[in-house]
Ligand binder design. Structure first.
Ligand code: NAD
Ligand code: IPM
Ligand code: MG
Length: 376
């Protein structure tokens, strides 16, 4: 029987279409007589605002809900800076999609050997003995907190930066259930390792009310449901220092709310020395999750953005986007063997020295993509 996977492809803005083209090339090499990918490409972000007036349309959200997985590249850019209003700006398209799909856990792995030890060795600003053996995944709560709370902005301003905004507010709230589900998913990831990884939960319980609830709920959930998982509470600000001084001590699952997770996962880019190689997976549950009330949803996006200054030059690094294909194989399509094949091919190409200019290489986006396809 032929297996057919419906994949929604959202290239977005800036370097998005360039890196997505390479990811699609890699994906298509896995088509066989038994496995087909039905790709549907749609607009999101600034390009969607230009075409439809909306950063994401209801039709695209519906397409995401009907697909087996979503590949997303990047949104935003200076052209739309003045259109940046809450969920209506280009970045809001991505936020709306995360909410519509209820993909509440964003997994952002970082290790000194993935995608390639040679990259971390050469590009990390840290000494080798600091980053040696670093291996963690940031599990970022993706559908709540300050990102989705009530927003109050001065309604009179027309152009961001041109007229004074006298006051503004982002409500940063969490419910027990929102915290519980992401704590459970983190513990499940911890248990996939032998011996189980610790869960290191970040908060600012010394200051924020939402963090105090966060700490209580994480504590109770893990103690009652996952007693075999070691839980460590860490203040988010000092976690940021530890990531730069002794990152190995954060090895495990780093569980964080939406804002802290966003910041810490970018900081994790400093361990490997570039954001251009870090993928991420946003999920509404792990494969086989018995609590899932809907079909499994997965959206796969690089940690980096639309890099407007290098867009259109065929020099963007496609590796993070290509590694998103591996994540999609792993979490949405039950293709672990193929996921590892992609990761091995990426490692081989990076170790061979064939790299884009962000990694001091001379190769173009398409050359790196072609080399990865050839290495598969
Ligand atoms: N998920 C997303 O769509 C996403 C994420 C972050 C930022 N953004 C948006 O992207 C725009 C630019 O933001 P920024 O500059 O803060 O972050 P960015 O990640 O786009 O760029 C940061 C730096 O990394 C470089 N870089 C990023 N990706 C690269 C790649 N694949 N290859 C080579 N170099 C790469 C850029 O040239 C730049 O020097 C903004 O509009 C922002 O809102 C979008
Ligand atoms: C583009 C923006 C909405 C997004 C975020 O803040 O979540 C980005 O920074 C990310 O990390 O995916
Ligand atoms: Mg970010």
């Amino acid at each position: 029987m032929v297996k057919s996977h419906n994949i929604l492809v959202l290239p977005g803005d800036g370097i998005g279409p360039e890196v997505m083209a390479e990811a699609v090339k890699v994906l298509e090499t896995f088509e066989t007589s038994e496995r087909k990918f039905q790709l549907r490409q749609e607009l999101i972000g600034g390009c969607s605002i230009d075409a439809t007036g909306k950063s994401v349309t209801e039709e695209v959200k519906q397409a995401a809900l009907n697909s087996d997985a979503v590949l997303f590249a990047a949104v935003g850019g200076p052209k739309w800076d003045n259109a940046r209003r809450g969920l209506d700006g280009p970045e809001g398209g991505l936020l709306q999609l995360r909410k519509a799909m209820d993909i509440y856990a964003n997994l952002r792995p970082c290790s000194a050997t993935s995608p390639s030890a040679s990259i971390a060795k050469e590009f990390s600003p840290f000494r080798e003995k600091i980053i040696d053996g670093v291996d963690f995944v940031v599990v970022r709560e993706n559908c709540g907190g300050a990102y989705f709370g009530r927003k109050v902005e001065d309604p009179t301003y027309e152009n961001m930066g041109l007229i004074d905004i006298l006051s503004a507010m982002d409500e940063w709230g969490y419910s027990e259930e929102e915290i519980k589900r992401v704590a459970r998913l983190s513990a499940e990831i911890a248990l996939r390792h032998d011996p189980p990884w610790p869960v290191i939960s970040l908060d600012k319980a010394n200051v924020l009310a939402s963090s105090r609830l966060w700490r209580r709920v994480v504590e109770k959930t893990i103690a009652e449901e996952y007693p075999q998982v070691k839980l460590v509470h860490q203040l988010a600000d000092s976690a940021s220092l530890i990531m730069a001084t002794n990152p190995r001590s954060l090895n495990g699952v780093i569980l964080a709310d939406n804002t802290f997770g966003d910041m810490l996962s970018d900081q994790a880019g400093s361990i490997v020395g570039t954001l251009g190689v870090l993928p991420s997976a946003s999920l509404n549950g792990l494969p086989g999750d018995k609590n899932l009330k809907t079909r499994p949803y997965g959206l796969y996006e690089p940690t980096h953005g639309s890099a407007p200054t290098i867009a259109g030059k065929n020099i963007a690094n496609p590796v993070a986007m290509i590694l998103c294909v591996a994540q999609m194989f792993r979490y949405s399509l039950d293709m672990e063997r193929e996921a590892q094949q992609v990761e091995d091919a990426v490692r081989k190409v990076l170790d061979s020295g064939l790299r884009t200019p962000d990694l001091r290489g001379k190769s173009s986006t398409t050359e790196v993509g072609d080399a990865i396809v050839a290495a598969l």
